[in-house]
Design a protein around this ligand. Structure first.
Ligand code: DAH
Length: 357
């Protein structure tokens, strides 16, 4: 009995894992285990012997069983310790640093506008900010003597002395991208062109650099009605209201015929703007049917193709939507302003996910 005891207690102490332990259990106290077989022999013993051996065997069995379960939990503890050592984590480390920087309202609104027009099938087109005067003016039906040239407060680039070609300009609007897109892609076409534009002007609502988005849709049968629907749809999505009302006011632009300026019904209460209600009208953009001469300059046959164009100020609609009073602050790089009016950098505006929320 003492041999059995020291044999099994030794083996249990040396067992390396739970499987080895289970084998030992079966060997010792399982149905056909060594200790169990010994217990069966009790029947053959005399009552006196049995009285001595019975309790001893039971005690042995108990002792082996408790050695097994002690070893089992020691193995489990060791496994846990091992795992804890491997998966060690310093919970006193600082968390993720606070988000640095925000998305500028101009970038945010550009993304919003792009998302809305993308949903209506408009691709994004681009053109250079340093533009030649043909694309910026002539091709848009603004000949040299046209008064619109003066109204644009154009910045001219310097030409080398003796170079008498007309100077390049900093583009005064995004409209020249209409010409470049038509030349590059032909018709039919549906594009918007967001980007920087420049005019020599500076006050609360004007800065020498600002942003516009141009729209252009040309096909065989595009009409003013399509223009109206697209702009209404855009305003509803952009201002995130169910109802908008637009007013088309006859106007004049050299590059469109007929031309219309578009006003939005709104109310101003305590300095906050509400779109779609009230008795005020706010001008938001210029638009019209693209002039045949502009189509021709873009290499498109005006007898085959027609369509609309529009241009709107990104900074202006950013100020309106987000209640930003002074345009000049947009470009001052004042961190307090940027933190206040900026947008979370991971919130991409989408129509489904929400534009500004
Ligand atoms: N280019 C014009 C401006 O900067 C805006 C504009 C008006 C663009 C009418 C258009 C348009 O495409 O059709 O003032």
């Amino acid at each position: 009995m003492d041999d059995l005891k020291s044999k099994y207690l030794g083996l249990i102490a040396d067992a390396g894992d739970e499987a080895a332990l289970e084998d030992l259990r079966v060997q010792a106290v399982g149905k056909k285990g060594e200790v169990s077989l010994k217990m069966r022999e009790l029947g053959k013993m005399s009552p006196e012997e049995r009285q001595v051996m019975g309790p001893k065997l039971n005690a042995l069995k108990d002792e082996i069983n408790s050695a097994l379960s002690a070893k089992k939990s020691a193995l489990a503890d060791a496994a846990l310790d091992e795992r804890l050592r491997g998966e060690w984590l310093d919970v006193t480390l600082p968390g993720r640093p606070a988000r640095q920087g925000t998305i500028h309202p101009v970038s945010q609104v550009t993304e919003e506008v792009t998302a809305i027009f993308a949903d209506m099938g408009f691709a994004v087109a681009e053109g250079p900010q340093i533009e030649d005067d043909w694309h910026n003016f002539d091709a848009l039906n603004i000949p040299p003597e046209h008064p619109a040239r003066q109204e644009h407060d154009t910045f001219f680039m310097h030409r080398a002395d003796g170079d008498n070609r007309p100077p390049h300009v900093l583009r005064t609007h995004t409209s020249p991208v209409q010409i470049r897109a038509l030349q590059a892609q032909g018709a039919p076409i549906r594009v918007i062109a967001p980007g920087r534009v420049y005019r020599c002007d500076y006050d609360q609502t004007h800065t020498p650099m600002f942003h516009q988005v141009e729209g252009l849709a040309i096909d065989r049968d595009i009409s003013m009605a399509n223009l109206k629907w697209v702009l209404e749809e855009f305003c509803r999505a952009y201002f995130e209201v169910d109802k908008v009302e637009l007013r088309f006011r006859a106007s004049h632009f050299p590059f469109t015929e007929p031309s219309a300026e578009v006003d939005l019904r709104c109310s101003w209460q305590d300095g906050t703007l509400k779109v779609g209600e009230g008795d005020d009208w706010m001008e938001i953009l210029g638009s019209g049917m693209v002039h045949p001469k502009v189509l021709a300059a873009g290499g498109i046959d005006p007898d085959q193709w027609q369509g609309f164009a529009f241009g709107l100020g990104i900074d202006r609609i950013a100020m309106l939507k987000y209640g930003i009073p002074d345009l000049r602050a947009f470009f001052d790089s004042d961190l307090r302003w940027l933190r206040h009016y900026g947008f979370a950098s991971l919130d991409q505006p989408t129509l489904r996910g929400g534009l500004s929320r």
